[in-house]
Design a protein around this ligand. Structure first.
Ligand code: CP3
Length: 349
């Protein structure tokens, strides 16, 4: 792995000493940037994911334009279901649609085993190209959806807000649900291992819909699979970040999942979480993404509150509590990054 000029993010993941708090933003390669929209105007979303040159170009945009301390590969969590044989359409202002959702045992049986080196070669090519273009400026994060979150899309068939179909499945046929989760977990494990091998400096597991489950169900249908995946990763000092949105309980279990970093949404209290599990894991987060609609005074006040909440010392990676919103002014994102870089110095001496 090439030597990094800025490894603040990786040091913070390992809870090592840093000169200031590193910052990156979930969905930082996205529509709030006019430069992203210019690329997107010429190709549809899936083509962008599948074309390493385009994926590399938009991955680098927030590094060049906003000054974040880590790049995250432009792609989507839904490339896994697609490789398993479920194509999707990304509908403008609607989100992803699977026209043949998984409902029956035959559907689960028909899913293909994924070979990341052939089926998802385009992602690995994008990792290598991005690493080479970054030339060690900042680390590159790879990612995957957690099996449970991927399963919600595969079973619902769309960005459902009620999750009736997927909950019907876990309640009426838990055995089939586990069979499906097993298949997805195998694909995620091989995929993350291939990304780590291709050169990602860290990986993040997104469990965006972990918080819609009861506590018992979260453990049974989500966390158990995440723990197994992490334990099967072949990594050389490459940290794992677990972002389980809306999961504010079982923090000790999350901290013992094998992840080096827990990502927190904005409803969580960084100070309290640090108190409970800060000796075991680093913490990432957690500014409310809507703060970026405010003026600079409010942005700096609220960002300072986040820094203060974590407090002094290492082990904090500044981030939003969820993805940056598509209509945020890019200059506000840049202002936040500059502010955190400057204001966080006092928390590290
Ligand atoms: O963070 C980054 O900048 C890297 C790229 C990235 C994207 N999606 C690009 C994207 C990452 C890490 C994701 C993860 C992802 N994708 C998640 C988990 C994180 C989260 O936000 O909760 C989920 C649930 C998805 C599935 C997905 N992709 C949905 C529901 C949507 C539609 C909703 C929306 O925001 O439009 C997408 C589309 C998507 N993924 C876009 C981008 C930049 C916008 C699509 C476009 O350009 O038209």
């Amino acid at each position: 792995m090439s030597k990094l000029k800025n490894d603040l993010f990786l040091r913070a993941c390992r809870q090592e000493k840093v000169e200031r708090t590193p910052i990156w933003m979930m969905r930082q390669a996205g529509r709030y940037l006019p430069e992203y929209r210019a690329v997107r105007e010429k190709s549809d979303f899936i083509t962008m994911c599948k074309t390493p040159e385009l994926a590399t170009e938009v991955t680098l945009q927030p590094v060049d334009l906003i000054g974040v301390d880590a790049a995250i590969l432009f792609s989507d969590i839904l490339v896994i279901p697609e490789a398993m044989g479920l194509p999707f359409e990304m509908k403008e202002n609607v989100g992803p649609i699977f026209h043949n959702p998984i409902r029956l045992s035959e559907d689960v049986k028909a899913l293909k085993k994924v070979d990341p080196y052939t089926d998802l070669k385009y992602v690995l090519d994008a990792v290598k190209m991005t690493k080479s273009e970054l030339n060690g400026r900042v680390p590159l994060i790879g990612f995957s959806g957690a099996p449970w979150t991927l399963m919600t899309y595969m079973v619902e068939g769309n960005g459902s807000k009620s999750f009736c179909e997927v909950k019907k499945l876990i309640n009426s046929d838990p055995k089939l649900a586990h069979k499906l989760l097993d298949k997805i977990s195998d694909a995620v494990t091989d995929y993350l291992n291939a990304k780590l091998e291709a050169g990602c400096d860290a990986v993040q597991i997104f469990d965006t819909w972990g918080g819609i489950l009861s506590q018992e169900d979260f453990f049974e249908f989500s966390l158990e699979y995440i723990v197994k995946i992490i334990s099967n990763l072949k990594r050389k000092d490459q940290p794992v970040i677990l972002f389980a949105k809306g999961v504010y309980y079982k923090l000790n279990k999350l901290a013992k999942s094998g992840a080096d970093v827990l990502g927190l949404d904005w409803t969580m209290d960084l100070a309290r979480v640090r108190q409970r599990v800060g000796d075991k894991v680093a913490l990432q987060g957690n500014l409310d993404p809507t703060v970026l609609y405010s003026d600079k005074k409010v942005i700096s006040e609220k960002a300072f509150q986040v820094l203060e909440s974590y407090g002094k010392g290492s082990g904090h990676i500044f981030n939003l509590g969820h993805g940056i919103l598509p209509d945020v002014p890019p200059e506000n994102a840049k202002f936040l990054v500059d502010f955190v870089k400057e204001a966080s110095v006092d928390f590290h001496n």
